[in-house]
Design a protein around this ligand. Structure first.
Ligand code: PMP
Length: 358
């Protein structure tokens, strides 16, 4: 940018037929204040999607793949278990396309998520915290079977990793064309991101090392304990290495089939655990020092990218996924230290001039 001149914009050069056409093509942004000396970190800012998370991609493709295959007929009800972002994405897509939507979600996930889904016209059926991810997932299966609804099956469907292969990965390859890229860092929820992106990076950018992360207190992949599964790929039980963790959207209490495909294909080179506290710290740093608002999973991915950067040779380039926006976490520990009332410094500022003191 030329700092001597006012910034101008040109528009996108097109008119959009619907909000659905604005999904994807998220920007990859350089980190300027939080990269260690000599190493460049970029982030892929998925909060630029219309419903503000990476899951808009998958939500749109699950619905459109089912329309293409004929599984989803006009007016049919869609049902899904989700930690929130898939539900918000599905609610956006179903609102636009006119499908009724029922979401099952553990009461443990942030209340912003429920309210957003309801605002977008969905019904949200809460499941007890104690039932964990597996509980909300069973509930969605039951409701689908009992009512003949279309179960979105984000944890098993091919439509998940396929859309990351067709969009997320293509965007990364296109934006880094002719540029150095040494590491790609991501966590997993369903595993769609890592499985889909790895397919393309392995083929087209084989020099890129893929780092997968999971919560320090729920290291399902690192445990090496295989997931019990039904013949259709759905999880048959909760995984023994699971513990409740604060990184919403990451690591459910089972290893999803979509992730398993990536694990079997060798989709990662290194597995690095991260503590939720660390993720929250880096989400706050990204906000306060870079002006980048991301959630706890984005902060956690960035925490891992920082670790990689600390030991990377000079000149290295790292890309970290930022799956969603920080605004989705106002009611959670991420915002706990952020007050509503004036602190001492703000009160002193207020008192320093005569008018409008509270
Ligand atoms: N972060 C957040 C906030 C999410 O909602 C999700 C998806 N559940 C992920 C990360 C992980 O993405 P994926 O399902 O593609 O592994």
């Amino acid at each position: 940018m030329d700092a001597q001149k006012i910034r101008t914009t040109e528009g996108r050069g097109r008119l959009y037929d619907s909000v659905l056409d604005t999904v994807g093509n998220t920007p990859i942004i350089r980190i300027n204040n939080l990269s260690p000396e000599g190493v460049t970190i970029y982030v892929k800012a998925e909060f630029f999607n219309p419903a503000a998370s990476v899951k808009d991609r998958l939500a749109l493709n699950i619905i459109e793949a089912a329309e293409r295959s004929g599984k989803l007929k006009p007016g049919m009800t869609v049902v899904e278990a989700t930690s929130g972002n898939t539900g918000i994405g599905l609610a956006m897509v179903c609102a636009q396309k006119g499908y009724p939507l029922v979401i099952t979600m553990s009461e443990a996930f942030s209340v912003e998520r429920r309210r957003l889904m309801r605002l977008l016209g969905a019904k949200v059926v809460l499941t007890p915290r104690g039932g964990k991810g597996f509980g909300m997932y069973r509930k969605a299966q039951e409701l689908a079977e009992a009512n003949g609804w279309f179960l979105a099956s984000q944890f098993e469907t091919d439509a998940n990793a396929d859309i990351h292969e067709a969009t997320t990965a293509r965007e990364i390859v296109a934006d880094f064309a002719g540029e150095r890229l040494d590491w790609f860092v991501t966590g997993y929820g369903t595993g769609g991101t890592v499985t889909g992106v790895a397919r393309v990076l392995r083929r087209e950018r084989p020099e890129v090392k893929i780092v997968l992360s999971e919560p320090a207190n729920a290291q399902l992949v690192a445990s090496g304990v295989p997931q019990e599964r039904h013949a259709d790929g759905t999880a048959a039980s909760g995984h023994p290495a699971f513990e409740a963790h604060p990184i919403q959207g990451w690591t459910p209490d089972f290893i999803p089939k979509v992730l398993q495909e990536g694990l079997d294909a060798g989709a990662y080179d290194e597995l690095i655990p991260v503590a939720g506290e660390d993720g929250m710290k880096w989400a706050r740093e990204l906000a306060a020092r870079e002006g980048i608002l991301t959630g706890v999973s984005g902060g956690s991915t960035f925490a891992v990218a920082r670790q990689v950067a600390e030991r990377a040779p000079k000149g290295s380039v790292i890309l970290a996924m930022l799956p969603d926006t920080g605004e989705r976490y106002m009611s959670t520990p991420l915002f706990q230290a952020i007050g509503e009332d004036m602190n001492e410094e703000e009160k002193a500022l207020s008192a320093s001039t005569p008018s409008f003191q509270l």
